[in-house]
Ligand binder design. Structure first.
Ligand code: CUA
Length: 330
């Protein structure tokens, strides 16, 4: 008796993941909407089969054992085990297949390249050209990282690639996941139907920091989206600062770009508008000066497998000055 609440409560546990910024069951995009519909249809169909088969079995074995005979057993197998599942599963296959063309609709929005890299996301807005014979991502565009802005109600074309290993780009609330594969370009059309901030994650094991390879998707009304991308395209907000001098003196510009300065590296994330992002290190730290200093001091301690070397040999005051500069690059 004491346990009578446990079963219903346990039933609630699986639906604890049904809401939130990273749930495919709280859809904010056309494709996620379809995925959620399919999920509930499959769950309903599966539950129907389960109830019918188990109910029939309980009936003939427990409730009316006298009704059980070899003939009843044959009926159970033929109707409950074959005909009924074939009808229900057949309907689900048709339902799922008929929904597929909706996922292949052409884009009417911006073209954005997203590259999965160990262990962050390179983003370039308004990329030009088609992928060439090298089958790498198209070049150019407005460089950013780990935060993807999308216009509300538009079908944005996302071109997915990778320079190292296979990652998988997944924003559960907006669309299903698609792999980023070295040497080829995968296309994904994202059509957000609700403004807001959503969480994305790498969904393919890619190394030690796979679980720390998150990103944000920020859906804005189209005018705000265009303003945001125009801001991303501009040079750094602050180019005269002692932190900039230290940044360049210690060679940070070999890997990172800060437009408006001599730093033009392309190995690591573009830092031109670093402080405008909500998180640091692909979703693992809040964006503030303390986090930037911590990351610069020892990236591997914050994120195992980070490619950036540690700079803990620098005097703390210099790290703080660099962080103070980067923390103002909005
Ligand atoms: Cu990238 Cu897992």
């Amino acid at each position: 008796r004491r346990w009578r609440h446990v079963f219903p409560t346990a039933l609630l546990l699986p639906i604890a993941g049904c809401a939130g910024a990273q749930s495919s069951l709280d859809p904010a995009g056309t494709e996620a909407d379809l995925v959620a519909t399919l999920f509930w249809a499959m769950t309903g169909g599966g539950a129907l089969i389960w109830l019918f088969v188990v109910g029939f079995s309980v009936f003939v074995t427990k409730i009316r054992p006298s009704a059980y005979s070899d003939a009843a057993g044959v009926h159970l197998i033929v109707w409950g085990g074959c005909v009924f599942p074939v009808v229900v599963l057949g309907f689900l296959v048709w339902f799922g297949t008929a929904a597929m063309p909706d996922l292949r609709r052409a884009s009417d929005g911006p073209r954005i390249a997203v590259s999965g890299e160990r262990f962050w996301w390179r983003i370039a807005y308004d990329v030009e050209g088609e992928p060439g014979v090298a089958r790498s991502l198209p070049k150019g565009g407005v460089a950013s990282a780990n935060e993807l802005y999308l216009p509300l109600g538009r079908r944005s074309e996302i071109l997915l690639g990778s320079p190292d290993v296979i990652h998988s780009f997944w924003v559960p609330a907006i669309a299903g996941k698609t792999d980023t594969i070295p040497g080829r370009v995968n296309r994904l059309v994202l059509e957000p139907t609700r403004a807001g901030t959503f969480n994305g994650i790498c969904a393919e094991f890619c190394g030690t920091a796979h679980a720390e390879m998150g990103f944000r998707v920020i859906v804005l009304p189209e005018a705000d989206y265009l303003a945001r991308v125009a801001a991303e395209a501009g040079p750094a907000a602050l180019t005269a600062h002692p932190g900039r001098d230290l940044f360049l003196a210690h060679g940070c510009g070999a890997c990172h770009a800060v437009r408006g300065t001599e730093a033009a590296g392309t190995v690591g994330p573009d830092l031109t508008h670093l402080a405008a992002r909500r998180t640091l290190g692909a979703g693992i730290l809040p964006m503030d000066e303390a986090s930037i200093a911590r990351f610069v001091r020892d990236p591997g301690a914050v994120k195992q497998g980070a490619t950036m070397p540690p700079f803990r040999h620098l005097p703390e005051a210099e790290i703080a000055t660099i962080a103070a500069w980067l923390g103002r690059l909005r």
